[in-house]
Design a protein around this ligand. Structure first.
Ligand code: ZN
Ligand code: ZN
Length: 139
């Protein structure tokens, strides 16, 4: 992994660089789709010894600094997804049978504007759209 790039990104966000945070950010950046805390913890454990609470706290900090977005899956488990710079919000598809969450294509500028306008005078920070159904593997 590119250590310097990860370190620089943490520094820019004002997050203290630790081995565990570096590994966690690297995993998040290289994963397509949201992951829950237990899965992320398992992935981190392959690289270094780290406890679940540390992973959880790091994720909360990443979320506060807008490195990741939180995503509440249908089973009530919070999942985390890295926010790629310059990318627009994208809807997710969640399978009702296997609970898998898939990323769909990014919203176009007009789509994003349309949803922001729906909020009228409220300030929109993020847009979360989830389509529920049955994925092609489970059909
Ligand atoms: Zn499925
Ligand atoms: Zn996504």
């Amino acid at each position: 992994m590119n250590n310097n790039e990860i370190k620089e990104e943490l520094r820019e966000k004002g997050i203290k660089n630790t081995k565990a945070k570096g590994i966690l950010l690297h995993i998040l950046k290289n994963t397509q789709g949201p992951l829950d805390v237990n899965t992320l913890h398992g992935e981190c454990q392959k690289e270094t010894s780290v406890n679940l609470v540390t992973v959880y706290r790091s994720l909360q900090q990443f979320h506060e600094r807008e490195l990741v977005q939180e995503f509440l899956a249908k089973d009530g488990v919070v999942q985390y997804e890295y926010i790629h710079q310059g990318s627009r919000a994208h809807p997710h598809f969640q399978c009702e049978k296997c609970n898998k969450v898939l990323c769909l294509g990014e919203l176009g500028f007009d789509d994003a504007l349309h949803f922001s306008n729906m909020a009228k005078q409220h300030k929109v920070n993020s847009i979360n759209i989830t389509l529920n159904g049955v994925c092609e593997q489970c059909l």
